[in-house]
Design a protein around this ligand. Structure first.
Ligand code: PLP
Length: 393
């Protein structure tokens, strides 16, 4: 199993030793490099990565075309701001709009999921002129002031700001009656993850998303799909919006969009984009040439290598074959799957890691998250099945 020598072991840092803020609960791993779907650790282990660094490593590691695109762009023009025209930025926007195929027609590039949501919420408040945002219980939208305000449970756990920048009302997932009551003419926007990632790959019922669309149109509120985690091929469709057949007014996306390079985007319907004026939005780094070269290349790879079909096939295999050992059911879509565990997910997570497989945890203590690279093969699914069977109930 081991690919690396075990002689160069780097000890894991202790609090205070490494000059980093210790705000994460850490996996007991030190990664030194990675190729394809495998991580290599400092103690010589090879780990099958079904977590992809919080769903980022959509193409796995070291994809030759990804590396080439980044290198080429770095050599020719590493950076210029949005104040000058750069062809690769226009190409990336066109490619993203065509990939999405839902009729949204404008892109604003930023840098992270939270920043994309922050801007989408700001746009909604500005355009509608009203003050309330409706969000869904269980949601995660990021850690900045606006994104954190619409994140379920944030204010109790970590929010930190003295007040939210707007009024927020949370509605229960799937509750058609609650959405009718909450979304009124005082509502600027509804923000929803079509599949809640951090909550444990919880897919929203189709009727719920359809009803949100209908009610938002009725009340003049904007519908924002947060596809930071579930977008760009992860469900086996360009966006979860395509899978559900529901078109929002804005989609925010990140993670798989750069497949390891930090980039995020807001896709806007024309009736939203046409309201924007000079100076309404801005960013220094967003839409930089390297980020845009990567967006263009990632979409090209997803399409040319038929990775969305692969995502759907591997997803079907996992759902069919991996309900074994401690796994009693599955939820989610594509390679954003939640595997329901019969005992605490953290124990199953640790048992899998001992067997060389890294998965993710979630807000649900009985869900293991699978956020595997889109290049996953059947043989890797078989490794997961065998490890789960070996762990047993
Ligand atoms: C659905 C969703 N929205 C927003 C975010 C925040 O993204 P970032 O950490 O890039 O700010 C995340 C991060 O996990 C996410 O899953």
């Amino acid at each position: 199993m081991s690919l690396k020598s075990t002689t160069n072991i780097i000890p894991l840092p202790r609090f205070g030793d490494d000059h980093l803020a210790h705000v994460y609960s850490m996996f007991p791993l030190e990664i030194v490099d990675a190729q394809g779907v495998f991580l290599h650790t400092n103690d010589g282990r090879r780990i099958l990565d079904l977590y992809g660094g919080h769903a980022v490593a959509a193409l796995g590691y070291g994809h030759a075309r990804w590396v080439e695109a980044l290198t080429k762009q770095a050599k020719s023009l590493a950076f210029q701001s949005n104040a000058v025209n750069v062809d690769v930025r226009r190409r990336a926007a066109k490619r993203l709009i065509e990939f999405c195929g839902l009729g949204l027609d404008t892109v604003f590039f930023v840098n992270s999921g939270a920043e994309a949501n922050e801007n989408a919420l700001k746009i909604a408040l500005k355009i509608t002129g009203v003050k309330k945002i409706v969000a869904v219980e269980g949601s995660f939208h990021g850690r900045t002031a606006a994104a954190g305000a619409v994140t379920w449970g944030a204010q109790k756990k970590w929010y930190g700001f003295s007040r939210t920048p707007f009024d927020v009302q949370f509605i229960p997932r799937g509750d058609l009656q609650a959405l009718e009551i909450a979304i009124r003419d005082d509502t600027a926007a509804v923000i929803v993850e079509p599949i809640q990632g951090v909550a444990g790959a919880v897919d929203m019922p189709k009727e719920f998303l359809q009803a949100l669309r209908h009610r938002c149109s009725e009340m003049g509120s904007l519908l924002i799909f947060d596809e930071v985690q579930c977008g760009v091929g992860r469900t086996g469709y360009p966006f979860a919006a395509n899978m559900y057949g529901v078109t929002p007014d804005m989609i925010t996306t990140a993670k798989a969009l750069g497949a390891g390079f930090p980039v995020s985007a807001i896709l806007l319907a024309n009736h939203v984009a046409s309201e924007l004026k000079t100076d309404d939005l801005g960013t220094t780094f967003g839409g930089g040439p390297m980020a845009c070269a990567i967006v263009e290349t990632v979409i090209d790879i997803i399409e040319k290598e038929r990775l969305m079909a692969n995502v759907q096939q591997r997803s079907a295999e996992i759902r069919k074959n991996c309900v074994t050992g401690p796994i009693v059911g599955t939820q989610g879509a594509g390679l954003l799957l939640g595997l329901r565990t019969s005992r605490p997910a953290k124990d199953v997570h640790a048992d899998l890691l001992k067997r060389g497989i890294l998965t993710g945890l979630s807000g649900d203590p009985n869900i293991i998250r699978v956020l595997a690279p889109f290049i996953l093969a059947s043989e890797h699914v078989e490794l997961l099945r065998a490890a789960l069977a070996d762990i047993g109930k």
